[in-house]
Design a binder for this molecule. Structure first.
Ligand code: AMP
Ligand code: MG
Length: 480
C-alpha cells in the first residue's frame, strides 16, 4: 500500500473548476448495505466492507487519507430551461482510488452536506431516494447498462424535511468520472473559453487519450456512447425521469438516479416522474431528448471545433447527425436480440412493432412478456387478445425459424437480453418501508435478486411477479 492511497479528485485542475469543501457529519450512521462484489473489485485501502472506517467515511465524518473533498461547478438545461449555475450541491468528490489494474475510480459521497453550490437547499439526501439510487446503480450494472456504481448505503437518525420528515442517508458512488455535459455548458455560457478548453483537455487526457487534440472525434465518441446508452434504456424499459443536461454523463453512463422507473404495463408515453407534467422525459421521448442534449453539448463546445464560427457550426451539425444514425443501428441490433432474430430483414420493424402494439393495447407487462417470448403458452396466459396474439405469433415463428438458428442457443441469447427481474417501484417501496424501520433484510434480498437478473431463480419468484394493485398508486417525484 502506498503512503497516500487516495488522491484529491480533479486535483490537476482544482479551482475554479472544483472547490475544496469539507463534508458535514451525520449522527448515528448505520451501514444499510454494502455492495460486496464492488468492494471486492475495488479493494479500497482501509475501507473493508463493514469496517468502522467505512462507516465513518459514509457518515461524512472522516476524509480519505491523502485526499481533500471537493465539489465541482456545472450548469445545465433543466426541463429545457438553461440554469447558468448548478454544481455538486449535496455531493463531495472525496477522493480518487487507483486499483491494482491501474484504473482510476472517483469516489463521490452523496448526501454529505452543503457546498458552495447548494443554493438554498440542505445538502442532504433522504433514505427513500438514496436507497432507490443505490439499488438501481448496481441493478443496471448487472443488467449490462453503463452506469455509475454504488458501493454502500448509509442511513442516519438525522431528520430531513421534504413533503414529510424523513431520515438522512448517504450513498458512496463510484465512477471513472462524474463529468457531465453541464460542466462544459457552465464555462461556455460565461464566455470563459480558456477554462472550457482546459477542462476538455484534462477530460481527454484522462478518459479519452486516443482523441488528444481531436475535439471533433472526441465529441463524436461522446455522441455514440450516449446513443448506445439510450438503446440500453429503451430495450429494458428504463425511464430516467430527469434527463437534464446536468444529469448527462460525458462517459455515457447512467447518472443521477432520481424518479426513475422501469415500465410495468407497456405504455410508450409512460411518464415515470410525477413532477414531469408535460411528459418531456416520457419513455418514448428519451432518444429525442438525448439527441437534443447532445446538441447542447456541441453548442457549448463550438469554440473547440474551429476558430471560425461558420466552420465550427458545419462540423457540429455533421456530428449531431451521428446520433440518429448510431441510434438506429444499435437499436436495431438490440431489439432483434430480444426477439431472437440474428439477421436484419426489411420487415423486422413491422414484426417487432406488432408485438409492442399488442402489449400497448392490453397494457401488458413489458418485462414479463419479453421474458416469455420464446414460450407461446406462457404468452397466452399473459396476453388477453388471444386471436391477435396467435396471428402475430405465427408470423413471428415463421420469420424466426427461417434463420434455422439452433433453438437452445437462440433462447439463451434471448434470455440474455430479456431480464426476469428489474427494480420495479413496488419492490423498491417494500425495501424502503422496511429500511425506514431499520430492517435492511428486504433490501439485501432485493440486491441479491437483482445481481443476476437474467437467471431464473425460484427463490426470487415473488420479485419477478406482476406488480400488485397497490403499486398503481405509487408516485415518484423530483423531491429527494
Ligand atoms: P438533481 O435534481 O438531484 O439532479 O439536482 C439538481 C441540482 O440541485 C444539483 O446542482 C444538485 O446538487 C442540487 N440539489 C438537489 N438537491 C439538493 C439538496 N438537498 N441540497 C443541495 N443541493 C441540492
Ligand atoms: Mg443531478
Amino acid at each position: 500500500m502506498t503512503a497516500t492511497p487516495y488522491e484529491t479528485a480533479w486535483g490537476a485542475l482544482g479551482e475554479p473548476w472544483a472547490v475544496a469543501v469539507e463534508t458535514t457529519p451525520l449522527p448515528d450512521l448505520k451501514l444499510a448495505h454494502v455492495s460486496e462484489t464492488l468492494a471486492a473489485t475495488l479493494s479500497l485501502p482501509g475501507l473493508a466492507a463493514g469496517s468502522p472506517a467505512l462507516r465513518a467515511v459514509m457518515a461524512g465524518a472522516q476524509p480519505l487519507p491523502g485526499a481533500q473533498p471537493v465539489a465541482t461547478v456545472y450548469a445545465g438545461h433543466q426541463f429545457g430551461q438553461f440554469v447558468p449555475q448548478l454544481g455538486d450541491g449535496r455531493a463531495h468528490l472525496i477522493g480518487v482510488h487507483t486499483d491494482a489494474a491501474g484504473a482510476r475510480h472517483e469516489l463521490q459521497l452523496k448526501g454529505s452536506g452543503p457546498t458552495p453550490f447548494s443554493r438554498f437547499a440542505d445538502g442532504r439526501a433522504v433514505l427513500r431516494s438514496s436507497l432507490r439510487e443505490y439499488v438501481a446503480s448496481e441493478a443496471l450494472h448487472a443488467l449490462g447498462v453503463p452506469t455509475t456504481r454504488a458501493l454502500a448505503l448509509g442511513v442516519s437518525s438525522e431528520p430531513v424535511r421534504r413533503e414529510r420528515m424523513e431520515r438522512a442517508a448517504t450513498v458512496l458512488r463510484v465512477a471513472p468520472s462524474f463529468l457531465r455535459f453541464g460542466h462544459f455548458e457552465y464555462w461556455a455560457y460565461r464566455g470563459q473559453l480558456q477554462q472550457l478548453r482546459q477542462l476538455a483537455d484534462w477530460a481527454i487526457a484522462n478518459w479519452f487519450p486516443q482523441f488528444e487534440g481531436r475535439y471533433a472525434d472526441w465529441l463524436g465518441d461522446i455522441i455514440d456512447r450516449t446513443a448506445d446508452l439510450i438503446v440500453h434504456w429503451q430495450t429494458l424499459g428504463f425511464c430516467h425521469g430527469v434527463m437534464n443536461t446536468d444529469n448527462m454523463s460525458l462517459l455515457g453512463l447512467t447518472l443521477d438516479y432520481g424518479p426513475y422507473g422501469f415500465l410495468d404495463a407497456y405504455d410508450p408515453g409512460h411518464i415515470c416522474n410525477h413532477s414531469d407534467e408535460a411528459g418531456r422525459y416520457a419513455y418514448d421521448q428519451q432518444p429525442h431528448v438525448a439527441h437534443w442534449n447532445c446538441a447542447r453539448l456541441l453548442e457549448a463546445c463550438l469554440s473547440l471545433l474551429d476558430p471560425d464560427q461558420d466552420r465550427a457550426l458545419t462540423t457540429a451539425r455533421a456530428l449531431l447527425e451521428r446520433f440518429p444514425t448510431r441510434f438506429r443501428a444499435t437499436a436495431g441490433r438490440a431489439w432483434r436480440t430480444k426477439f431472437g432474430l440474428g439477421e436484419h430483414r426489411d420487415d423486422d420493424d413491422t414484426l417487432m412493432n406488432g408485438f409492442l402494439d399488442l402489449l400497448a393495447r392490453g397494457r401488458h407487462d413489458f418485462t414479463t412478456c419479453f421474458r416469455a417470448l420464446p414460450d407461446p403458452d406462457r404468452l397466452h396466459d399473459l396476453i388477453l387478445d388471444q386471436a391477435a396474439l396467435d396471428t402475430w405469433y405465427r408470423q413471428y415463428r415463421d420469420r424466426r425459424d427461417d434463420e434455422r438458428a439452433d433453438t437452445v442457443a437462440r433462447e439463451a441469447l434471448q434470455r440474455s437480453a430479456n431480464p426476469a427481474r428489474v427494480p420495479r417501484n413496488h419492490l423498491l417501496q417494500l425495501a424502503i418501508t422496511a429500511a425506514e424501520q431499520d430492517d435492511f433484510a428486504p433490501l439485501s434480498r432485493l440486491m441479491d435478486a437483482l445481481s443476476a437478473p437474467y437467471q431464473d431463480a425460484d427463490e426470487f419468484a415473488d420479485l419477478a411477479d406482476l406488480p400488485p394493485a397497490w403499486a398503481a398508486a405509487l408516485s415518484v417525484s423530483c423531491s429527494s
